[in-house]
Design a binder for this molecule. Structure first.
Ligand code: NDP
Ligand code: MG
Length: 391
């Protein structure tokens, strides 16, 4: 029987890689919902090719365009945040959560509520609301499979292992675009320079987050939340080749490393076929040709985001939602030219300093509404910090 699946964020980098895998085994899947935002042509094309039940854009004002692009296909068109949530309520067996940003949280929760398997690429869900996501999964007997490559690697290294025997988890980082830049030149880094990744081909926002290491900072928090591992047991290691994605260290001294090509279709395919392994259209590494793997320790001066992640984990509660929201606004500020590259971390730190000791805010019960409130306040605060700096 065909598996019913939906893809949230279908038009993005992860979404398109997911569709690539689905399209190769078309008859195995019944596509229920595909969602996107601005890229209506792609959304309509994929919905038509995959014969989806419904296509949803996040943007209300693009509903007519979507309807037009789907006319004659019999595929439902819908728009807006609420419509995405409703699409997540349509019964499926498996769904990909690949919307970018905090907007991915609510549809993910909806998928879990129906007891389906959630392939989770949207790292913001775990950073902003890890406890809520995991509790919703447990309460509804739903599974979450990590898609972020490092977390998929850890998950794979842990198969058949005892989590209590884990001494440490090491996640690797390429170091991004500015790994070897002189520190005093970072203030002059341009958007184009920050948007080009040495190894991975990803969406623009996560590529810039890789250069600033905010991406890795998010992934450290994600590791803490998903695997329930103590913050002091999580290490970051610079590995410029991006082929070892993560390592798990056990109490007998063994280190289990996951090695694979820098192709997200591996982690997506693993989550799609779990608990089985199926052949995937990814490169097979020729280690003799590669020759060497390099490693070095990360540096908190070049990448203050890593230090901030530790502050967030020490604080707990909803401080992850503050961190993510401030980071998203600071990133907007860099993209539209109001902030220099190193100022992103300064803004995030200022917002964290201002908000995370507010116990009424940070330690309130973690509900979708409360996370949204924290997110909103942190965004407002970050905007005010940026404005103050400009003025
Ligand atoms: P992209 O920017 O390429 O794609 C984002 C997707 O979300 C698109 O479908 C976009 O629509 C849609 N979208 C944008 N804004 C909204 C909104 N407000 N509401 C609903 N949908 C929206 O991102 P990526 O694919 O790179 O990343 C997706 C997620 O996966 C992120 O959380 C990222 O951190 C994570 N991830 C990505 C990796 C990668 O290799 N790219 C690796 C590991 C994790 P449209 O394009 O139509 O505007
Ligand atoms: Mg990753």
């Amino acid at each position: 029987m065909a598996r019913r699946i939906s893809i949230f964020g279908a038009t993005g980098s992860i979404g398109q890689n997911t569709i690539d895998l689905i399209a190769r085994a078309r008859d195995d899947y019944d596509v229920v919902a595909l969602t996107g935002a601005g890229n209506i042509a792609q959304l309509a094309q994929d919905a038509t090719d995959l014969n989806a039940q419904v296509a949803v854009t996040a943007h209300d004002h693009l509903l007519e365009d979507l309807r037009l692009a789907l006319s004659g296909t019999g595929i439902d068109a819908a728009a807006g945040e609420q419509a995405i949530k409703e699409a997540a309520g349509r019964p499926v067996d498996w769904a990909m959560s690949a919307i970018i940003g905090a907007a991915g949280l609510a549809p993910g929760v909806e998928i879990l509520k129906q007891g389906a398997t959630l392939a989770l690429a949207n790292k913001e869900s775990l950073v902003c609301a890890g406890k809520l996501i995991l509790e919703t999964a447990a309460a509804n007997d739903a599974h979450i499979l990590p898609v972020d490559s490092e977390h998929s690697a850890i998950f794979q290294a842990l198969i058949g292992e005892d989590i209590d025997a884990v001494e440490r988890i090491i996640i690797t980082a390429s170091g991004g675009a500015f790994r070897d830049w002189p520190l005093d030149q970072l203030a002059d880094a341009t958007l184009a320079q920050a948007s080009s990744h040495p190894n991975w081909d990803m969406g623009q926002r996560i590529t810039i987050d890789s250069a600033s290491m905010f991406n890795k900072a998010m992934e450290v928090i994600e590791t803490r939340e998903y695997f329930g591992i103590a913050p002091e047991k999580i290490e970051v290691l610079i590995h410029p080749q991006s082929m070892i994605h993560a390592l798990v260290g056990f109490n007998d001294g063994a280190l289990m490393a996951h090695i694979g090509p820098s192709d997200m279709r591996h982690a997506i395919g693993f989550a799609l076929h779990h608990p089985h392994r199926r052949s995937l259209p990814v490169e097979r590494l020729d280690l003799a040709k590669i020759g060497n793997f390099e490693f070095r320790a990360p540096d908190d001066v070049r990448w203050p985001a890593l230090r901030l992640a530790r502050d967030v984990m020490a604080r707990g509660g909803m401080s992850g939602a503050v961190f993510n929201a401030a980071k998203e606004i600071a990133l907007d500020g860099f993209i539209d030219g109001r902030l220099q590259f190193p100022q992103m971390a300064e803004v995030v730190e200022e917002v964290l300093d201002g908000l995370i000791m507010d116990t009424g805010l940070i330690d309130a019960t973690m509900t979708l509404d409360n996370v949204a409130q924290v997110d909103h306040l942190a965004r407002q605060t970050a905007k005010a910090v940026i404005k103050k700096r400009a003025g």
